[in-house]
Design a protein around this ligand. Sequence first.
Ligand code: NOJ
Length: 774
Amino acid sequence: MTISKQKINKFYNMNKTFVLLILAGLSVFSFKPENEPKRQLDPAIEVKITDLLSKMTLDEKMGQLNQYTSHWEMTGPAPKGTSEQQLLEKIKSGLVGSMLNVTGADATRKTQKLAVENSRLKIPMIFGYDVIHGYQTMFPIPLAEASSWEPELARKSARVAAIETAASGIQWTFAPMVDIARDARWGRFMESSGEDPYLGSQFAAARVRGFQGDDLSASNTIAACVKHFAAYGFIEAGREYNTVDISESTLRNVVLPPFKAAADAGALTFMNAFNEIGGTPSTANTHLLRDILKGEWNFDGFVVSDWNSIGELLIHGVAADKKEAAELAIKAGSDMDMEGNCYVPNLKTLVEEGTVDVKVLDDAVRRVLRVKFLLGLFDDPYKYSDENKEKTLILTKENLQAAREAAKRSIVLLKNENQLLPLKKDGQKIVLIGELAADKDVPLGSWRAKAITGSAVSLLEGMKSAVAKPANLTYEKGPVYVSCKSLFTVQLDFNTTDRTGIDEAVAAAKKADVVVLTLGENCFQTGEGRSQTDIKLKGLQQELLEAVCAVNKNVVVVLMNGRPLDISWMANNVSSIVEAWHLGSEAGNAIADVLFGDYNPAGKLPASFPRSVGQVPIYYNHKNTGRPSDGEGNVFWSHYTDSPNDALFPFGYGLSYTTFAYSDLKISSETIAKGEKLEVSVTVKNTGKVAGEEVVQLYIRDLVGSISRPVKELKGFEKIALKSGESKLVRFTLGENDLAFWGLDHKFKAEPGDFKLWVGTNSVEGLETSFKLK
Ligand code: NOJ
């Protein structure tokens, strides 16, 4: 369906008042608008939508809200009841507004043709896909990238991912995932930016900007989908899809800030979470969707359900059948049904019998059409499906270079006793040990879109290209630790009996000057459906580690993993630990850059590393409780009898090959009035011998509030580069907003009183001062 520009302009000029009325009507219908909309609605687009809506039958409207997966690829349970042939017929009759898992210029073009050339109104479909950390060029998993503390880096990665995705005919990614993660048992920790709402908000906004670029209608920008709305990271016991029961305060102060930041950055779509909150599944949650997202935040895009999350309202036990599920979801504000088969055919009946107001349906359809218009799909439904671009823009040298840059900047140095690192490229006999070291697939991580299996640069390859002579480096595989490596394997099979390879590894370690030992997780040990009750090294890895440490004191562990692990023994017994996560296509080169000192690591942990699984959920910004430690060893305080409370490695922690000294923490005033700013400055000096980068972190504590406040909260950070001996003055500005929280009066505001303030190198160490808000 195309309406000529002339016709629209004529219509618009003749009917300006009418158009303004339509727009006024829209805002009335967008439920409790309180703020200014982020994106001004384009009157010309709104008129086109109104025109189109007036021509659509109920079936066609319902169709726009219906999304199916292709039969070629699954990212959820296989669809029941729709054969491929039936699917094609539904597309032709305008009953499918969107598909997921259709990839490639050819497939998207052919599928789009079915809709555009056969359906009555020729409305183009929108194709969605899970592009979480790259399309084919793989970037570090999101948790790793958050360790860079460089939102700009994440924006750039998302930009590259968008260019590759768009070149293959897809206009919509189901990312960024912005859930706050506090429980390392949860497999989806790897998709998050960690435990902190402030850091998470910066990354959420940056990723939206990267995917969506400056011009939504360009053919290399794609719509972002902010997920999972909301509180998925708070599932009980870290068990996938489990129940959530959190307070409004936790929702507003901890869970929602990254979602809000993403909405403010202009995100076009949101996705429901699978979980319930206090008895109401997110998909049927009017408070989340209507009151907050579409009301308070004036979100003008659309909300897609998660995979069959509308159908799962039956299983949650809040809907008796699919018709009731459809009613609950559409009324709550879920606009599109992903693979739930609930909206088609029930929405039509629900409207015809008067259970659902047609205005509710029209609002949802308008939102979907708006996104399609904004992406330019009505101007050219095929513009994304370009075989030539697909051949030339994907997996290019430049993209791989960007992936290497992102990867090395995401590495966190956790320990480096006696400066064992960096290694020498010559004059040192290095043995590299471990199955993961030669693995070319694991570094690609979970949620890997179109990554080519086995295409990552392994650590072995990376180190081989770095050393001066091949003889300087030998490799021993050690024992296999996990078999059945696939996304669809229900229970992974960890090897605890076959010790083949341990003796050889130990013998090689004995002869080496230094051992680099890779340990961690297979990539399919993390991601959706990958919760664990234990976060220690699996299989025979701990045994291998202890055996190697018994014969060589110079051990560098390189960790490859997708969640915080219990590495307590390792932290006490090896010289150096490099947290390398799952770093993507260029992993091996990036790790070698760090190991040999070509890049001085500067990453900081975006999540606390617990001492044991018993401490989780663990996070630095916890409350004080009524019985914190009095430091005198009394029994009756909030503690464990078998473990300290604090993390093994705290939030914000990470070392460098150089050292930094903080001095001269200054604030502009000891008292500020509401509306005034507090200027904070600190001097940071590189006191070591090599150049390096440091993430300077600012934390506050609101000492007395109408509700209890966290013992520390990150409110600013800056990554700076310093040459050896160089000093820099780093400045921060805190405003009232930075001190505000959602309180008992259901408002965000700063309360007068005393605040502590720290600036330092992580969430535990820092210079301290205090100020008062009048
Ligand atoms: C289920 C996941 O929860 C969601 O994140 C993903 O986008 C959809 N499946 C589609 O694959």
